[in-house]
Design a protein around this ligand. Structure first.
Ligand code: UD1
Ligand code: CA
Length: 436
């Protein structure tokens, strides 16, 4: 961190985000399972040890969420009542180092590599620009022969300025003294009655300070202002996650249809088929996840799952086969086969056990949850119910259609609960006879 450690990073996260039309603060909206701010801070921590988040709107909530995710963060409160706007956000901020990188809290795609580019520049202000076919929502950057003149916000722009397709990406490196000098001088004489950080560019130019612009790409600097932007940013983030895992050796069929969250880990050789959704702190090792399966916060080792299976949180599968329409929740299965149509919840199932189609662990009585324990080499016939709490010892057979009520099935038994079958001669023809 030699060079980089000398830069402070401040992330603006105090805004309302009204264009999101949500009661959740904009910066807490999630992308691939984590708040937008998480992605930015994770990258910022790779390049700086002085990171500050500016908060105001839903400040308690934002702080609480971030404190559960990170240590060593500084928080500064913005007085949005008297000093609204991105410039107002820096009023109460004092950086530790001489250089400050300012990031908007709504650009979740920014990477440490992208941030580093700003550290190499020596101008008093380094800003970031990109060109967009549709610049809607961004501040327009007015240039004169490649020199930045000023930034005008969309709401303040003239017809002519609105046609400018070079936009302000919203990341800046400032010398500390530039902030100290110009932030107090900002005015709110504009359409939104806000103190715009972007005005610093024109102010600095008038005082003959140097301003340079880095050309960046939307892939890393996209700002999220609406739910549509959010989904677009998630698409880009998810593609990054998939590409990283494919580079690590995971095979993916139709990868663009697969959703994988940030905390998911693959080990060894894995295959993920189309349409899968894998979330939370899931670990998948040497396993095959077949089409359209959903895996949440689970561990899957040397196993195959799906198609169309659902592993809910806290499922642990080792050397196990899970087939279609099987739902597993908070259960540990080792060396088990559950090929079709089952619900296995709050259970422990051991090696060599076969779960027949339609087997259900009845784990809930309407008030409490109970456990099912099934030993080794148990054969459970189709359409059986295990009413928990229940223990099935090793080497037990349960006949198809059996309801096992609470208690213990001792090793070696056959459990069968069936009505004796009755047949009534000639019933069919009588019932369907044409006479009546
Ligand atoms: C801002 C820039 C615009 C740029 C765009 C890039 C300004 C005035 N405009 O516009 O030129 O093209 O980003 O994405 O800076 N925030 C605060 N306090 C506030 C207001 C906002 O901390 O009082 C935070 C928000 O939480 C957000 C960030 O600043 O994370 C940007 O605010 P937003 O309102 O989204 O600015 P834009 O209109 O997108
Ligand atoms: Ca924005």
């Amino acid at each position: 961190m030699n060079n980089e450690a000398k830069t402070s990073i401040v992330i603006l996260a105090a805004g309302k985000g009204s264009r999101m039309k949500s009661s959740t603060a904009k910066v807490l909206h999630e992308i691939c399972g984590k708040p937008m701010l998480y992605h930015i801070i994770k990258e910022a921590q790779k390049v700086s040890d002085d990171i500050t988040v500016v908060i105001a709107h839903q400040k308690e909530k934002v702080k609480e969420v971030l404190q559960t995710l990170f240590e060593n963060l500084n928080f500064v409160e913005q007085d949005t009542e008297n000093f609204p706007g991105t410039g107002g956000a820096l009023k109460n901020y004092t950086p530790k180092y001489e250089k400050v990188l300012v990031l908007n809290g709504d650009m979740p795609l920014v990477t440490a590599e992208a941030m580093k580019r700003f550290f190499d520049e020596t101008s008093d202000i380094v800003m970031s620009i990109f060109d967009l076919e549709n610049p809607d929502g961004y501040g327009r950057v007015v240039l004169d022969e490649n020199e930045v003149c000023y930034i005008v916000e969309q709401k303040d722009a003239s017809e002519k300025e609105l046609c400018v397709t070079t936009v302000n990406a919203g990341v800046y490196a400032f010398k500390k003294e530039v902030l100290e000098r110009f932030i107090p001088k900002l005015s709110n004489d504009n359409a939104q009655k806000e103190y715009y950080l972007t005005d610093l560019v024109e102010m600095a130019k008038k005082e003959n300070l140097s301003v340079s612009a880095l050309l960046v790409d939307e892939e890393h600097f996209k700002g999220v202002n609406s739910k549509k932007d959010l989904s677009h940013a998630e698409e880009i983030m998810c593609e990054r996650i998939r590409n990283e895992w494919m580079a690590q050796g995971v095979i993916m069929h139709l990868p663009q249809t697969i959703y994988i969250e940030t905390d998911v880990v693959f080990e060894g050789e894995c295959i993920v088929e189309q349409g899968c959704r894998i979330t939370g702190k899931t670990v998948i090792k040497n396993s095959h996840i077949k089409a359209h399966s959903v895996i949440e916060e689970s561990i899957v080792e040397e196993s195959d799952v799906g198609p169309l299976a659902h592993l809910r949180p806290k499922s642990v599968l080792k050397h196990t086969h899970i087939g279609n329409f099987v739902e597993v929740k908070k259960s540990t299965l080792k060396g088990v086969k559950a090929g079709h149509l089952s619900y296995l919840g709050d259970s422990e199932i051991d090696e060599g056990t076969n779960i027949g189609a339609g087997t259900i662990t009845c784990n809930y009585d309407g008030k409490n949850k109970y456990k099912t324990k099934i030993g080794k080499n148990v054969f459970i016939g189709s359409d059986s119910q295990l009413v928990a709490p229940v223990t099935v010892e090793d080497n037990v057979m349960i006949a198809a259609g059996t309801t096992v009520t609470s208690g213990t099935l001792k090793s070696g038994v056959l459990a069968i609960s069936r009505q004796k079958l009755r047949t009534i001669e000639g019933f069919f023809h009588k019932f369907f006879s044409k006479e009546d």
